[in-house]
Design a protein around this ligand. Structure first.
Ligand code: ADP
Ligand code: MG
Length: 567
C-alpha cells in the first residue's frame, strides 16, 4: 500500500501514460490488489484491477460454494452487493472522462456464471474496472490515492467479507437455487420440458425492461387442474404449478391474452432468475431453443431438406447456402441448426414465424400442387420431429386450428390464465375436417452435422485480432459484424462478449475434421474443468467482463458469421 502511495505521489501531475507504472501487485491489510491493465487515456476502456481477499478474512461457509450451482449463485450475489455498495463511491472522485469509476460487471434478472467474481477455498476475488482520475490528460495522483487506498478499501470491506454480504440473504439465495436445481432435475428425470409455478408473474414492465410488471392488474399464474403437478424441492413445502410435458404443446387464445408472454417466460426459463423476478420458478429444459423466421440471414451448407425441396433451378437443399434467406428458408435453417446442437424442444411463436412455413391448408394444397411447392410446412414435420428425433415443440398459435390434429396438449390463454382445452380441440378437429393431406413423407429426414473450416474465420482487423460485443445482439469479429438480433435467448451483453471470445478460440481449432457441435462442446468441457476465465486472452489477469452463454447461442453466432466456410 505504501509503495502504491509512493508511486502515485511520484507521478502526480504527469501525463496520463505515467499511470502505466502502477501495473503490478500490492498488499493491503485485508486483501491483495492486482493492477493488471492501465487504460491509455481517461476516455479509453477503463483500467482493470482485481481485489483478492483470503478466506481467512472473508470467512465464507464452504457450503455456500460446494456445488457448481451454489458457487455461481454466490459469485452472482457478491457482484450484486458490490454493485449496490459501489454506487456510494463511484464517481465520488471527479475528473475527465471515466475518472472515478469503480464497478464490477452488473448482473441482470438472471443468475449467470460470470467472470466478475471468483470464490475458491483459498480466496474471494472481485474483478473491478476503475477509471483512474485525470484532469485533462494529467494524472490526479492524490485523487487516485483517495480512490485506491481509501474508497476501494472501504468498498472491499463492505462488499466481500461474509458478515457484510447479508449471510441470511445468502442462505435464502442458496435455498432458491437448490430448489431451481431440484425442479430442473425433476423435469429431466421425467423427460419433461417446463414447469411454471403457481403465483409466478410472467409479464415484464415494458418491452425494454426485464423487471416484473407491477400493480393490481397483474394476473398471477395459476395452473389448470388437469396440468397441475406438485414438485418436491429440497427446501420448504412442495411447489405447485403447470407442467409442460414432452411432445407437442399448443398455446392458443385470443390476441392480447398473454400467449407470447407465457412463451417468452419459457424461453428465459433456461436460466435461473433472482428472487422477486416473478419467474424464479419458471424452469425450462436448458436445451430448449426459440426459433423464428429471420429473413436476410446468411446460410452456409445446411441440410434443410426435411422442410425444403425442389427449389427452382434445382438448387441443393441438402447443402443449402444463401446470402439472403427468405422467411421460410431462414426458419427451416434455424430449426436444423438447433437440431445439430441437440435441441430438446423448439419454442415457436406465430408472431415471429413465416406463415407459409407453419401452415399450408387444404384449399391451398388443391390449388398449388405439392410438386410446385418446395416447402413442407412444419405441421407435417412436428410429430416426426418428436417421434424420430425426440425433439418436442411448444407453439403459440392463435390463427390456425390445423395443428389441433397433431398436438398432444392444447393450452388456452384466457385473460392471462391458462386452461387446458385438449379434449375440446380434438373434438373440433374430428367434427370439422381440415381437408388437407399430409405432405413430406413418413420420416423426419436427416440432420447433417457440419465441419467448419479455419479460413473464413479470421478474427483479425488489420494486424491485430479484434473481437468484441457491440451491444447484446452484435459481435465484431475481425472485419465482420455478426448480427444476432434473431437470437432471442441471449440475455446479457457479457454473454455476447464471451461468445466473441469463444468464436476466436474455435476459429483456431477448426480444421474441417470435428463438427461444429464437437468444437463447441470441447470448449465447454475446458470451461467446466477449469473456469470461465479460460476463454479470455487475459487469463491469469482480469479476464474482462464475461458471462457464460449456452452452446446454442455460440452456435447461432458462428452460423451467422458471413464469412463462415463449411467443409
Ligand atoms: P398475445 O401473444 O396473446 O397476443 P401478449 O402475451 O403479447 O398477448 O400479452 C399482451 C399484453 O398483456 C402485454 O402487454 C403483456 O405485458 C400483458 N400481459 C401478459 N400477461 C399478463 C398478466 N399475467 N397480467 C397482466 N398483464 C399481462
Ligand atoms: Mg403474441
Amino acid at each position: 500500500m505504501k509503495r502504491l502511495q509512493q508511486t502515485l505521489s511520484r507521478i502526480d501531475g504527469k501525463g496520463y501514460k505515467a499511470y502505466k507504472d502502477l501495473q503490478g501487485e500490492y498488499h493491503f491489510p485485508r486483501f491483495q490488489l492486482f493492477i493488471d491493465y492501465v487504460q491509455g487515456d481517461p476516455f479509453a476502456a477503463p483500467s482493470r484491477v482485481r481485489v483478492r481477499m483470503p478466506q481467512s478474512e472473508a470467512k465464507y461457509r464452504s457450503k455456500w460454494y460446494d456445488t457448481p450451482h451454489r458457487k455461481v449463485a454466490l459469485e452472482d450475489w457478491i457482484a450484486r452487493v458490490w454493485t449496490k455498495k459501489a454506487n456510494r463511491y463511484s464517481f465520488r472522485v471527479k475528473g475527465t472522462g471515466k475518472s472515478g469509476l469503480i464497478r464490477v460487471d452488473q448482473p441482470g434478472q438472471e443468475i449467470l456464471n460470470r467472470t466478475a467474481v471468483v470464490v475458491t477455498k483459498e480466496y474471494v476475488e472481485v474483478r473491478v474496472t476503475v477509471g483512474l482520475p485525470a484532469q485533462g490528460r494529467r494524472v490526479l495522483g492524490r485523487k487516485a490515492e483517495d480512490m485506491l487506498c481509501d474508497y476501494l478499501v472501504r468498498l472491499v470491506d463492505e462488499a466481500i467479507p461474509a458478515e457484510s454480504i447479508d449471510p441470511k440473504g445468502v442462505e435464502e439465495r442458496m435455498k432458491l437455487v437448490d430448489n431451481q436445481q431440484g425442479i430442473r432435475q425433476y423435469l429431466k428425470k421425467n423427460g419433461w420440458i417446463a414447469f411454471v409455478a403457481n403465483g409466478s408473474v410472467l409479464p415484464r414492465k415494458s418491452g425494454v425492461s426485464d423487471q416484473p410488471l407491477q400493480g393490481n392488474h397483474v394476473v398471477k399464474f395459476q395452473a389448470p387442474q388437469s396440468l397441475e403437478d406438485v414438485v418436491e424441492v429440497p427446501h420448504g413445502p412442495p411447489i405447485r404449478g403447470m407442467v409442460i410435458r414432452d411432445g407437442i404443446t399448443l398455446i392458443v387464445g385470443g390476441g392480447y391474452h398473454g400467449k407470447s408472454t407465457l412463451l417468452n417466460a419459457l424461453e428465459r426459463g433456461v436460466y435461473d432468475h433472482i428472487a422477486g423476478d416473478g419467474r424464479e420458478y419458471v424452469i425450462t429444459d436448458t436445451d430448449a431453443v426459440k426459433v423464428r423466421a429471420e429473413d436476410g440471414r446468411r446460410v452456409e451448407k445446411v441440410n434443410i431438406s426435411p422442410f425444403i425441396n425442389n427449389l427452382p433451378f434445382g438448387r441443393d437443399t441438402i447443402r443449402f447456402s444463401t446470402e439472403d434467406a427468405s422467411g421460410s428458408t431462414s426458419q427451416a435453417t434455424n430449426i436444423m441448426e438447433s437440431l445439430e446442437m441437440g435441441a430438446s424442444c423448439l419454442l415457436i411463436d406465430e408472431d415471429t414465424s413465416a406463415t407459409n412455413f407453419m401452415i399450408r391448408d387444404g384449399r391451398m394444397q388443391k390449388l398449388v400442387a405439392k410438386g410446385k411447392e418446395p416447402i413442407t410446412p412444419f405441421i407435417d414435420k412436428v410429430r416426426q420431429l418428436y417421434e424420430n428425433m425426440g425433439t418436442s415443440s411448444i407453439l403459440v398459435l392463435g390463427g390456425s386450428g390445423d395443428y389441433f390434429d397433431v398436438a398432444d396438449t392444447v393450452i388456452m390463454m384466457d385473460e392471462y390464465l391458462p386452461y387446458e382445452v385438449t379434449q375440446r380441440a380434438k373434438e373440433v378437429a374430428q367434427a370439422q375436417s381440415n381437408n388437407r393431406v399430409r405432405e413430406g413423407g413418413e420420416a423426419f429426414g436427416d440432420v447433417t452435422p457440419r465441419s467448419i473450416l479455419a479460413n473464413g474465420f479470421d478474427p483479425r482487423k488489420g494486424k491485430k485480432e479484434k473481437v468484441d460485443a457491440k451491444g447484446l445482439h452484435s459481435i465484431q469479429f475481425g472485419t465482420e459484424t455478426v448480427d444476432l438480433s434473431g437470437v432471442e435467448q441471449l440475455v446479457d451483453v457479457s454473454q455476447t462478449r464471451a461468445i466473441a471470445e469463444i468464436m476466436r478460440l474455435i476459429g483456431k481449432k477448426a480444421n474441417g475434421q470435428k463438427s461444429l457441435r464437437e468444437l463447441i462442446e470441447d470448449v465447454y468441457q475446458t470451461i467446466e474443468k477449469k473456469d470461465l476465465d479460460v476463454i479470455s486472452p487475459f487469463q491469469g489477469q482480469h479476464p474482462g467482463d464475461l458471462a457464460l452463454p449456452r452452446k446454442e447461442e455460440v452456435a447461432a453466432a458462428i452460423n451467422r458469421l458471413r464469412t463462415l466456410k463449411v467443409q
